[in-house]
Design a protein around this ligand. Structure first.
Ligand SMILES: [Fe+2]
Length: 184
């Protein structure tokens, strides 16, 4: 279930705010410049839907966001618990990093946990089916998909080649509860 935890960045033991109210999650994140919203499909998709069908089902929302954010391309990624590289893929984004462009994800199914380090807060957002999150360029963050990752997500890019992680070298991510502790 979509959930927001707000921690002080010096106090990982206890969240100051926990909410599953979608409007409240969006409101709190918007105060920090983070876009969080829900999309509806133009037509139903199934477990067998292809990437092309998924992109078409959310085509209106994707087109609108491309226009607003200047994104050029969209693709679909799929993570399953039997993915042979799931441990390496989880670990890859489990340390604090930034990107030189926005990290935009729409969850078609399943879930993942973004941790956004904004000013003196850590905003942990469990994104689930129908959730769109846009992490602005140069925002310090990390991402946890858990040890049994299971999600399908649409990604939007300005330039896919530029979407690399620049690690901050900070150990803050190790101090905060992981997916297993926070995901609902
Ligand atoms: Fe990232």
């Amino acid at each position: 279930m979509s959930t927001l935890y707000v921690f002080n960045d010096k106090s990982a033991a206890q969240a100051d705010v926990v909410t599953q109210d979608l409007a409240e999650i969006a409101r709190v994140l918007a105060t920090k410049g983070i876009r969080f919203e829900q999309w509806e499909a133009n037509f139903p998709i199934t477990a067998e839907s292809t990437s092309e069908e998924i992109l078409a089902a959310y085509g209106d929302s994707i087109a609108q966001l491309k226009e607003e954010g200047g994104y050029q391309t969209a693709d679909v990624i799929n993570m399953t618990p039997d993915h042979p590289d799931k441990i390496a893929l989880r670990n890859k984004f489990l340390s604090e990093h930034t990107h030189s462009e926005d990290e935009v994800r729409f969850f078609v199914k399943g879930d993942g946990l973004f941790y956004l380090h904004l000013d003196d807060g850590v905003y942990a957002v469990q994104c689930c089916k129908n959730d769109l999150i846009s992490v602005p360029a140069n925002t310090q963050h990390w991402f946890d998909m858990g040890d049994s990752p299971n999600f399908t997500a649409v990604r939007l890019f300005t330039n896919p080649d530029g979407w690399v992680a620049n690690f901050t070298g900070e150990k803050i991510a190790d101090e905060f509860p992981r997916y297993e502790a926070l995901a609902k």
